[in-house]
Design a protein around this ligand. Structure first.
Ligand code: FES
Length: 385
């Protein structure tokens, strides 16, 4: 009902007093048809953000010397995985003996392949969950997959049209997705990949598969010399060949690589604001002798008490005790695990403390990047898969 302000004194009051009657008339004229059960925009939002998806493992094959390539099929009604931006990650969750574990993995397949119902990750043997998947997971197994997340993607407004992608080991995965997306047309930028591995046997992909005018690949072997490959490390000499002009640098690999490559980029005067880096999960912290604390966990009306070590994050303690923890990035950034501390003290590593000021003030933590310093009582969100 339009209501325009009048310049005549008292007119607005008179019209306002007539409103209830006008409203009654309009309600009376309105058909008594029930509202639609759903709207297209809600359906689209649900399809893009389903929260969790059941995913069946349909194939697994060795990759390199210590990794495995896993392909999943969506068990959603429409047979699709949610659409994503190349460079994003999903989480995989399952019970491993007495633990319930969730880990993030970068997606190796392309966004369009997700719409065809298939999604691929490459998992390197690193810990209990990856070893379980590599040694024990079988085709036909169903895992819980968390929806695509993360901002390690090309952004036209922020990033240059040329990306210098620097990858170490399994850090190649998001760039595989980007290269596939460039080829299929869902991304539109040029990419030069510098891939550092020790030997050719450890390579996790075949560069020949990515022949395209917009993609250039250089493999840098640190422990082997071979024709057609660079030898050594991804040093300032190599970086300056490709990092000139309008270029953004994307880094993905182990922390030691970040430290080295960032130093080399600084050495050639590359602008820091054009460097983006995928973050690794928060690990254990060095504490000397481990203390064991009591961790009391409130999940709605349920209360559980478990042991927590001073060297491990609160999320690790929950998972070890078999309590499904709501997590995505596992590095303190996304806030998905946001939880309230009822009592007790804790430590958050400053480099992984991305809480808002209000969270700090009112004792909220991200358990994936928080370590106990005493017995703790916390309220955590419900794992609703
Ligand atoms: S899982 Fe992202 S902040 Fe904890």
């Amino acid at each position: 009902m339009a209501f325009r302000k009048s310049n005549v004194p008292g007119e607005d009051i008179r019209r306002a007093m007539e409103m209830p009657e006008k409203r009654r008339q309009l309600i009376a004229q309105t058909p008594a048809d029930p509202l639609p059960e759903t709207y297209a925009v809600n359906e689209l939002a649900k399809s893009l953000h389903p929260g969790f998806v059941k995913a069946e493992l349909v194939s697994r094959e060795p990759a390199g010397t210590d990794s495995c390539r896993f392909t999943f099929r969506s068990l959603r009604g429409d047979g699709r995985f949610p659409y994503f931006r190349a460079g994003q990650f999903i989480t995989l969750s399952t019970r491993v003996r007495e633990s319930f574990i969730t880990r993030p993995y970068s997606i190796a397949s392309s966004p369009e392949e997700a719409l065809e119902g298939h999604l691929e990750v490459i998992i390197q043997r690193k810990g209990i969950f990856s070893s379980y998947l590599i040694d024990e997971a079988k085709t036909g197994d169903v895992l819980i997959m968390g929806e695509p997340s993360g901002d390690f993607c090309h952004d036209d407004l922020r990033d240059c049209d040329h990306i210098l992608a620097v990858a170490g080991g399994s850090g190649i995965t998001p760039f595989l997705s980007m290269m596939k997306a460039i080829r299929e047309g869902s991304e539109n930028f040029r990419l030069t990949l510098l891939y550092g591995v020790r030997t050719r046997k450890q390579m996790l992909f075949n560069p020949e598969e990515f022949r395209d005018d917009r993609i250039r690949i250089e493999v840098v072997l640190s422990e082997e010399e071979a024709e057609g490959y660079r030898h050594g490390f991804i040093s300032s000499e190599i970086l300056k060949e490709y990092a000139g002009g309008d270029t953004s640098v994307f880094l993905c690999g182990p922390d030691v690589m970040y430290h080295f490559v960032r130093g080399e980029l600084e050495r050639i005067g590359f602008p820091q604001e054009r460097i983006r880096q995928e973050r690794n999960s928060v690990g254990d912290r060095a504490v000397g002798e481990d203390e064991i604390y009591r961790l009391t966990v409130r999940i709605r009306d349920d209360v559980k008490t478990v042991d927590a070590r001073s060297s491990e994050t609160v999320v690790t303690a929950l998972e070890r005790a078999g309590i499904p923890a709501v997590v995505r990035c596992r590095n303190g950034v996304c806030g998905f695990c946001h939880s309230r501390v009822v009592r007790g003290s804790y430590y958050v590593a400053p480099e992984n403390d991305f809480r808002r000021a209000a969270d700090r003030k009112f004792n909220y933590i991200h358990p994936c990047s928080t370590y106990p310093l005493s017995d703790l009582e916390i309220e955590i969100p419900v794992f609703d898969a």
